[in-house]
Design a protein around this ligand. Structure first.
Ligand SMILES: *[C@@H]1O[C@H](CO)[C@@H](O)[C@H](O)[C@H]1NC(C)=O
Ligand SMILES: *[C@@H]1O[C@H](CO)[C@@H](O)[C@H](O)[C@H]1NC(C)=O
Ligand SMILES: *[C@@H]1O[C@H](CO)[C@@H](O)[C@H](O)[C@H]1NC(C)=O
Ligand SMILES: *[C@@H]1O[C@H](CO)[C@@H](O)[C@H](O)[C@H]1NC(C)=O
Length: 208
């Protein structure tokens, strides 16, 4: 008896639940502040996915570190540490100068390229990868966390400077409305499926 009453009330209940969920999700979408969406869109690209998904911990970036200077243990670090060692710069300041140097190399590589190639992932990949590796290596050598706030800012700058106008899907996310549609369609199909399955099961029960 109890079994029958459950199976009759279930479809309506499930449908209601999923409709509510769909409404909730769409409401949440509209509630996300525009500024936040903008930042996400700017940094989100196939190339920066890794950066985005890596959670970084903000550690005190060497401020107040007076005389002692720590250098990474790699042979490549000698050059970088040499630059920072005997200056009065704080670790973070020296890091920013070295990242500027990475960025300078990136700008040169991009500048030597036909601007029509800026949106071609294959053409840009090497320079972009070099920039990523450069900032990471320097951070490793200066014992700073990576990715960090400064370097994320530089990535956003690069995207606004070079990839803002890219029509390619590879470098640009589809408009939010399309993303919403793509996400919502399978979610909203679930209640239909559930109802179908439940109805089918009920029919089967009745027949047997
Ligand atoms: C530096 O690297 C060497 C060899 O790779 C290792 O023996 C040594 O323990 C490392 N030192 C530090 C402080 O990590
Ligand atoms: C930095 O200073 C130390 C001692 O103060 C010295 O031994 C070293 O050669 C200096 N390095 C550079 C690059 O000037
Ligand atoms: C850039 O590419 C376009 C189209 O491929 C070509 O017409 C133009 O001459 C190229 N410019 C340079 C500087 O290579
Ligand atoms: C990236 O770095 C590699 C190795 O240092 C170098 O051969 C290549 O030319 C660089 N690519 C660009 C676009 O600067």
């Amino acid at each position: 008896m109890a079994h029958i009453s459950i199976s009759t009330s279930k479809p309506a209940g499930t449908l209601l639940f999923w409709v509510c969920l769909c409404l909730m999700v769409s409401t949440l979408q509209t509630l996300v502040p525009n500024e936040q969406k903008q930042t996400v869109r700017q940094t989100a690209s196939t190339m920066a996915t890794e950066l985005q998904t890596t959670a970084y911990t903000r550690v005190d970036p060497g401020y107040g570190d007076g005389g002692t200077f720590n250098c990474g243990n790699k042979s490549i670090c000698e050059g970088y540490c040499f630059v920072c060692e005997n200056t009065s710069l704080k670790m973070q300041e020296c890091y920013e100068i070295l990242v500027d140097w990475c960025k300078y190399n990136f700008d040169i590589a991009m500048g030597s390229m036909n601007t029509t190639d800026w949106c071609t992932l294959e053409k840009v990949k090497s320079a972009y990868n070099n920039f990523t590796v450069c900032t990471e290596t320097v951070a490793d050598c200066l014992l700073l966390p990576w990715p960090n706030q400064f370097v994320e800012h530089e990535f956003v700058n690069i995207h606004t400077t070079y990839f803002q106008e890219c029509p390619t899907e590879a470098l640009r996310d589809p408009p939010p409305s399309i993303v919403l549609a793509l996400v919502m369609t399978p979610i909203c199909l679930i209640p239909v499926m559930v109802v179908l399955v439940v109805l089918k099961t009920k029919n089967g029960d009745r027949r047997s």
